[in-house]
Design a protein around this ligand. Structure first.
Ligand SMILES: [Zn+2]
Length: 448
């Protein structure tokens, strides 16, 4: 595990990025499976290099399952405790709730990448298959723009949405057809040598691997919070009508996807786009078109998928209760996050949130301050400034001597090392400011 971590964190792709990788684990009970799980967590807790930096990759996703590792006395409870400890120190692992993932996506599997989920599928022999399956791409609909165009008229909103979804359908079908232009020889590792699960002959159609809903293709969306704000004002989270309206939007996307799936034979799924750049792009384009609309375009970012407005002080429990109603209709991709203060001295607080989440949501990430300064020894939350993150004790901003780790999409990142997109930076700064204010979320986690 240590070799793998060093290998991945010192590799760069031709884009200059570390390869995005995710490791899912947590279910095995034999002695060797338990040893592997423990090693994954122990190595991550230990840190990279002599400075003990936080490893960014691979992303770790740990599965919690009742009867296996949920409560004291269960065979792998010790490993869950280690996972909790690891998350307080290194943010990962994110966690999957076994039963909820089965309920939402039709079978159990870890996400592909940061949050994309295959949907349950059986081959011609009735056998459940996940390995070797794939997603053919995503097209994201800009929901806040439709809300701004509708200008308070919900009927108009649904009408414009219908038109936009027709464009999305066309774009998704175009993507599928474009991929189908490939021949097995174009990418032999994928098509001929088994990476996609079945070995094709040179002259076979690659569609053999995609059709009959073996492949998924996704309709993404962004900015449900902004849509709610456009129709019901910025504080709509406790307004039942507003909540129902936003749930119905996701449900509407889901119904369209079901129809398209039956029409075209690929699994169209609804996906909460990670939007590491769309959060900025869509908002900027709409600010040009509609001006600075309070709580919508004036923030410089759109809120990810169904997430709670990050500017509000909210407890992890309230946040999960609010968000839990959406993934039922967007099982192609979803993740929830909760924000916490420094949890290193209080892992039980984090475990309390994990346990609370078990029957409610499928996939949960932890955001907690784990920055380190190697100049003065500070550990905690670096301060966001216009020019990057700064050590609150000695003012250090040098990426060589600080380890700043923030969640930049579904993945962690080192914002100090790579300049961030403006909107994403603003979103993280907003989040960090609320964490440092000692808001209700932090006190709840302390009590947790
Ligand atoms: Zn310092």
């Amino acid at each position: 595990m240590q070799a793998l971590e060093y290998e991945i964190n010192t590799l760069y792709s031709s884009q200059g990025q570390t390869p995005f990788t995710t490791v899912g684990f947590g279910l095995g009970t034999s002695w060797i499976e338990r040893e592997i799980q423990k090693a994954i967590l122990q190595i991550r807790i230990e840190g990279l290099g002599k400075e003990k930096r936080t490893a960014i990759f691979p992303k770790l996703v740990f599965t919690i399952k009742k009867g296996l590792n949920f409560a004291p006395g269960e065979p792998n409870y010790d490993i869950k405790s280690l996972a909790v400890d690891c998350a307080t120190k290194r943010m990962y692992p994110d966690i999957l709730m076994y039963d909820k993932i089965v309920e939402l996506t039709g079978s159990f599997k870890a996400p592909m990448g940061c949050r994309s989920f295959l949907q349950g599928w059986h081959d011609e022999n009735g056998k459940e298959v996940n390995a070797g399956r794939m997603n053919l791409g995503v097209v994201t609909v800009n929901l806040p723009r439709i809300a701004l165009e509708a200008n308070g008229d919900t009927e108009k909103f649904w009408k414009i949405l219908e038109e936009r979804l027709d464009i999305c359908r066309e774009a998704l079908v175009f993507k599928v057809n474009r991929v189908k232009d490939a021949t097995p020889e174009n990418a032999p590792i994928l098509y001929q040598f088994g990476a996609f699960g079945k070995r094709l002959e040179k002259d076979q159609s690659v569609d053999e691997l995609f059709k009959n809903k073996r492949a998924t293709v996704s309709l993404g969306y962004i900015g449900l919070y902004e849509v709610g704000a456009a129709f019901y004002g910025p504080d709509w989270e406790h307004n039942a009508e507003a909540k129902a309206f936003t749930v119905n939007i996701v449900k509407n996307l889901w119904e369209h996807c079901n129809d398209w799936g039956n029409e075209y034979g690929y699994h169209f799924s609804v996906y909460g786009t990670p939007s590491e750049s769309l959060t900025d792009t869509f908002c900027r384009l709409d600010a040009e078109k509609f001006g600075l609309v309070p709580n919508i375009t004036d923030k410089d970012y759109y809120t990810n998928s169904f997430h709670y407005d990050i500017r509000k002080p909210v407890t992890p429990f309230e946040k999960l209760d609010f968000e839990k109603d959406y993934p039922k209709y967007c099982s192609g991709g979803f993740i929830h996050y909760c924000e916490y203060p420094n949890l290193k001295q209080n892992p039980k607080a984090l475990e309390a949130v994990w346990d609370y989440a078990y029957d409610k949501i499928g996939y949960l990430g932890t955001n907690t301050p784990i920055d380190q300064c190697f100049e003065c020894g500070f550990k905690g939350e670096f301060m966001p400034t216009e020019r990057g993150f700064k050590c609150p004790d000695c003012g250090n901003t040098n990426p060589e001597t600080c380890d700043v780790v923030k969640r930049t999409c579904g993945y962690l990142g080192n914002p100090q090392k790579r300049p961030m997109i403006h909107g994403r930076h603003k979103e993280i700064v907003t989040r960090v400011k609320h964490m440092s204010l000692g808001n209700d979320a932090t006190s709840a986690a302390r009590q947790g």
